[in-house]
Design a protein around this ligand. Structure first.
Ligand code: ADP
Length: 236
């Protein structure tokens, strides 16, 4: 089975309030899926659901066995507190392995090797002893992606990842993500408002407005009313 996550008629919600309704979609191995929609459309709720932090109120959500074993890498929206983290790059990346460390006090050799590889993949090996809070926004972003990869290498979920980055760092970011996706087969689920880059990068689009307005490939999205309205007059 190539499906990493399968949602069949899934609802997610809070108490008496449905935030995502009747979602049917699949994240397959190697996918690059962008999730778009207006504020309040249910995007963050979906992310919580995919990460297993919120159970579906209805429908069926299935995770591939491999994903249950290895987990999902997650890059949250950046907060000011994160930017000020008083640890070295290597420590931040290694902390990605914390969730599987359990009661052990020390990191295993395997975890250290994963961290080394993740830093290599994001080209930050030469920064490993630098303090995280002294890095540029783009370098911090790469460190956090390496951290998420250290947690899980099969699927990365990113929530509005380019907010606050300068244009150069944004281009670098997309280059790294595309390389991870195309060359290393890491599946990407990205919540984004960055329309221009989204249509260039993604294979699939999920447009949410509580319900699914569109789910499918980018070419087809451009032909739909939802797609034309969301993408505006942009030449795409
Ligand atoms: P988006 O990420 O697309 O902006 P959200 O998933 O944050 O949308 O929100 C979807 C809906 O769920 C909104 O109506 C929001 O007010 C509501 N909501 C989000 N978080 C909670 C919560 N913790 N408790 C109750 N309602 C929530």
């Amino acid at each position: 089975m190539s499906g990493l996550i399968t949602c069949s008629h899934v609802d997610f919600g809070y108490e008496n309030h449905d935030a995502v309704v009747d979602l049917t979609m699949e994240v397959e191995e190697g996918d690059y899926l962008c999730v778009v929609g207006a504020n309040g459309a249910g995007k963050s709720t979906l992310v919580k659901g995919l990460l297993g932090l919120l159970a579906p109120t209805s429908g069926k959500l299935e995770l591939a066995d491999e994903l249950k074993r290895t987990g999902i890498g997650y890059l949250p929206q950046q907060t000011a507190a994160q930017k000020d983290f008083p640890a070295t790059v290597r420590e931040v990346v290694l902390s990605g392995a914390l969730s599987r460390r359990g009661r052990r006090f020390f990191y295993s050799g395997e975890e250290k090797e994963m961290a080394r590889r993740a830093m290599e993949r994001l080209v930050i090996s030469d920064l490993e002893r630098r303090c995280f809070r002294e890095l540029s926004g783009g370098q911090q972003q790469r460190t956090l992606i390496a951290r998420a990869l250290c947690a899980a290498g099969k699927l990365l979920i990113l929530d509005e990842p380019v907010t606050g980055l300068d244009p150069r760092a944004i281009q670098d970011f997309y280059r790294f993500i595309k390389r991870l996706n195309r060359e290393e087969g890491v599946a990407i689920v990205m919540v984004t408002h960055d329309v221009a880059n989204m249509v260039e990068q993604a294979d699939k689009i999920l447009h949410l407005q509580q319900k699914v307005l569109f789910y499918g490939n980018v070419q087809d999205y451009k032909k739909t009313r939802a797609g034309r309205e969301f993408l505006g007059d942009r030449e795409v």
